[in-house]
Design a protein around this ligand. Sequence first.
Ligand SMILES: Cc1cc2nc3c(=O)[nH]c(=O)nc-3n(C[C@H](O)[C@H](O)[C@H](O)COP(=O)(O)OP(=O)(O)OC[C@H]3O[C@@H](n4cnc5c(N)ncnc54)[C@H](O)[C@@H]3O)c2cc1C
Length: 397
Amino acid sequence: MSVSARSSRGRLDAVVVGGGVVGIACALGMADAGLDVALVEAAQPPAWSSEHPDLRVYAFAPDNAALLDALKVWSDVTRQRVQPYRRMRVWDAAGGAALEFDADELARSQLGWIVEHGLLVDCLWRQLERRGVVVRCPARVTGLEQDASGVRITLDDGATLDARIAIAADGGQSALRELAGIATDDRDYDQLGLVAYLRSEQPHAGAAFQRFLPGGPLALLPCTNGRSSIVWSLPVDEARRLLEIDASAFNHELTRASDACLGALVLDSARAAFPLRRKLAQAQRAGRVLLMGDAAHVVHPLAGQGVNLGLRDVSAWLRSVRDAKAKGRDFDASSRLQRWARERRSDNTVSTLAFEAINRAYSNDQPITTLLRGHALELAGRMPMLRHALWRHAAGL
Ligand SMILES: Cc1cc2nc3c(=O)[nH]c(=O)nc-3n(C[C@H](O)[C@H](O)[C@H](O)COP(=O)(O)OP(=O)(O)OC[C@H]3O[C@@H](n4cnc5c(N)ncnc54)[C@H](O)[C@@H]3O)c2cc1C
């Protein structure tokens, strides 16, 4: 059957389990390519409101902005609230030169955008029914059967959905990944990621900062209205202490940890923290089930690539679907599913382990490691071609 043909006997082309950024983007992209798609989500996402900024923010890469633009969602997001960032400075608290990225030098209008998770989900979610995706929410997947031609998904209300393929985009604790029998390689980093908004004495002027400290990196991301957002990776006990101390003591420690790169910093929201761990699926495919986003790879937030890697799974899959359609072939041919899974797992494994190695190298104060990493940053900083290549990789270009 060609990709443009509608499914027979009421069977769907694809069921996406998980309505986070990754799952919804994938469902919309497949629907736009002419597939019959259903999306199963455990809980209706709350409507985003400008008065209640989401503490979870992403440094969104240009290739993924282009994906949301192709899905006709990016203009809704930018109309409401995004902050472009034009400069980024990365440096080591132990000394040595900083690595700097500048949009002008790279001939770009911006390096990327800082976007709230809740705003992205809200804008994507509103498009689902308009674009013909069948939404089952609230519903959880509880069962999976599959054979050579399709899958049957059972939901917690007893209903079943038959489809040619299933996409597991149900996050780090993915139930569908487990039902498909895919194991994960896990590592607990013994760190928490502390997130909050703050105001700074000096304007951020669209600059992002990342300072490597012995306990883990501190990232300051520029936001609208002169605020910045932090993602501060810390050993668990230290993070708990910083969550509990009063605001003025926290402001003092945060300003010191930032090396006062924006002058004095003042907390401007609640503080929250989430556990940092690696979870890498041993395969991104089992038969007709494909794993995308956090269901396939939970990574350290130091490179700001969590959601970016997940959306690259989606882009690669949509390219494959469109290619099948253009050639009049089956979008779900086993060789096609396998090629996608192999390519994405290779990219995701390299990225996950690279972030982990950087975190390990910078989260210690052994003299040799300190010396080596200082030289590495300095060398990269002195080589414009290398800097350009590093940025292009992070930007997905
Ligand atoms: C608290 C927190 C803070 C974070 N902060 C950052 C950050 O600052 N920067 C960064 O880059 N990354 C951050 N991350 C990681 C980032 O949020 C993820 O990489 C990204 O959300 C992955 O998107 P996803 O769509 O794959 O998964 P998710 O966003 O986890 O979405 C999964 C969806 O599946 C649904 N679901 C789960 N189980 C089922 C089921 N059985 N049946 C049906 N539906 C189900 C869930 O309700 C959810 O909507 C953070 C993560 C957390 C948890």
